[in-house]
Write a protein that binds this ligand. Structure first.
Ligand code: MSP
Length: 523
């Protein structure tokens, strides 16, 4: 087994367009990356977690013009909104990159210059089916399949001719196919990988990497009438944030390549095909995985501007005020669309998840355990006497299995699986309390040792589960740490989760982690 502990880990979100305000989709992707980043840090990894904003391109230029302001002013305004999300959701990103920053622009130009000089980018003329909303060309086969309409907006595709600089994507066809075969986990989930492979096998066209119809972008090195296409500019953020145009002089180069580029399914083609081809051309190692999640829909309906039903920051803040931000993080991480199907964000399901998992399970177990330790053991953690009165559970073995399952699931970005394994520990404690009924046993004389032993097991199991849940619910699990005097996370999650680390005699204060909330339909 390699020593993975000090291994660098790098996770990225898409960089978000600044022509719009942040909503649940952006908060979702960033939150799930945060959960992973925190979990890896608890496991002792050297983590770099990147997010940011995508500020160039015709859409931003257009939105700014509509508002009568400069594109940079619009970018500044909305980048600040996105940064606000970081605070609201308690996001622990190590950097926030903006594509209008000189550090990014300079490196993009350096990369593009290199590609041009080595012949991977050439000046050419092209005619094809263009999706104006998506700024993307489709092959004849695809255009026909879409009935010559945009699969995203439904607007007609237009026949367009352009003199542009092109990236020789077609030259990477075979290498990409081989790369996909050799790395079956490169694109996840699997359904998405199959889609991409299918499309890849239809054959690749060279892609334009510059535009002349607008000016809000990075000028093409050596031919400033052209600006670099926003997608090429944007994808490169993953490399520029680490200073990869000159890795020798960057102290972040050790994080390359990414463990996970986490994105929504609509931008998978760029990340799964164009980005790897660019990296091949630049001779940079490939990311381990591009994880393309599905979409949140709202109360059963697709969210769209025309419907005006986006769950926006204000609504999310409302949930946080009522339920706490950890509750929102928990809901997003466990009920979200990490698989190949979309997930529904509904008020009633949010409430139910909160009540069932957090109030009745985690909160209840922690409060019952600490209340009984208060009552029967003077608020001091009892000793593990081995004098267990029933229950029939091999706690050290059972928790070790769940800990292992939880850590492994997190490592492969199965957030619900990881959290589920931690929750299985808490549920077991719940059943154990009911079965062994220490509150009844305590009424009989001479049972102190047995009662203490039961409560030690409950407290120790809750503590272990809390360590595993800390990445998703940092606020509340930290409350538990403080109330139970557990100290700071050690940076070695596995040892921290070993049975027996809880010392008898430790002061255990009563905790109320998740208050019950009454459901209000109308909010
Ligand atoms: N700027 C590009 C990405 C460039 S990455 C090199 C972009 N930006 S975006 O602002 O439109 O953000 C898209 C991302 O927001 C999606 O990939 C996804 O992460 C998130 N979501 C947007 N709507 C969403 C849902 N309804 N549900 C879940 N996430 C979604 O595309």
């Amino acid at each position: 087994m390699p020593d993975t502990k000090a291994m660098p880990a790098y996770i990225t979100t898409p960089i978000y367009y600044v022509n719009d305000k942040p909503h649940i989709g952006h908060a979702y992707t960033t939150t799930i990356c945060d959960v992973w980043a925190r979990a890896m840090r608890f496991g002792g990894h050297d983590v770099f977690f990147l997010t940011g904003t995508d500020e160039h391109g015709v859409k931003v230029e257009k939105s700014a013009r509509e508002r009568g302001i400069e594109p940079q002013a619009l970018a500044d305004e909305n980048a600040a909104e996105f940064q606000k999300v970081m605070g609201l959701f308690n996001l622990s990103n190590d950097d926030f990159i903006r594509t209008t920053e000189p550090r990014h622009e300079e490196q993009v130009r350096a990369f593009v210059k290199r590609l041009h000089e080595q012949g991977d980018i050439y000046l050419g003329e092209f005619e094809g089916w263009y999706d104006e909303g998506q700024e993307e060309y489709h092959t004849e086969t695809k255009a026909k399949e879409y009935e010559y309409k945009s699969p995203i907006s439904g607007k007609p595709l237009v026949r367009a001719t352009e003199t542009n600089y092109y990236f020789r994507l077609s030259a990477y066809q075979e290498r990409l196919e081989r790369f996909f075969e050799e790395n079956p986990d490169f694109v996840r989930p699997e359904a998405r990988r199959n889609e991409i492979l299918g499309r890849l096998r239809e054959g690749l066209l060279d892609v334009p990497v510059t535009r002349t119809n607008f000016s809000w972008g990075i000028p093409f090195p050596g031919d400033e009438d052209h600006v670099i296409y926003v997608w090429i500019d944007a994808l490169m953020n993953y490399a520029t944030a680490l200073g990869m145009a000159d890795p020798e002089s960057s102290d972040r180069a050790r994080y390359w390549p990414a463990s996970f580029h986490v994105i929504g399914k609509e931008i998978l083609w760029f990340h799964a095909v164009i980005w790897p081809a660019l990296l091949m051309a630049l001779d940079l190692p490939q990311p381990r995985c591009v994880y393309a999640h599905s979409f949140w829909i709202s109360e059963g309906q697709k969210m769209s501007k025309s419907m005006g039903n986006f769950i926006d920051l204000e609504q999310l803040q409302g949930y946080m005020e009522t339920y706490g931000r950890d509750a929102l993080r928990y809901f997003l991480a466990t009920q979200g669309p990490l698989g190949a199907t979309d997930s529904d964000f509904s008020r009633s399901q949010f409430h139910e998840t909160y009540t069932t998992d957090l109030v009745n399970t985690v909160g209840n177990c922690a409060s019952r355990t600490s209340a009984m330790i208060g009552k029967y053991c003077d608020g001091k953690c009892p000793a593990d006497t081995g004098d267990c009165a029933g229950g029939g559970i091999e706690w050290p073995e059972f928790t070790a299995e769940q800990v292992d399952a939880s850590i492994r699931a997190m490592e492969r970005f199965d957030l619900a699986g990881s959290i589920g394994a931690a929750m299985a520990i808490v549920r077991k404690v719940d059943g154990f309390i009911n079965e062994t009924a220490p509150f009844k046993l305590a009424k009989q004389p001479g049972t102190e040792s047995q009662v203490g032993d039961i409560l030690y097991r409950c407290a120790e199991a809750v503590r272990i589960a809390a360590c595993l849940l800390e990445a998703v619910m940092p606020d509340r699990m930290n409350d538990l740490r403080e109330a139970w005097n557990l100290g700071e996370p050690s940076g070695d999650l596995r040892s921290e989760c070993a049975w027996g680390a809880l010392q008898s005699g430790t002061t255990i204060e009563k905790v109320a982690l998740f208050p019950r909330v009454e459901f209000k339909e109308s909010e």
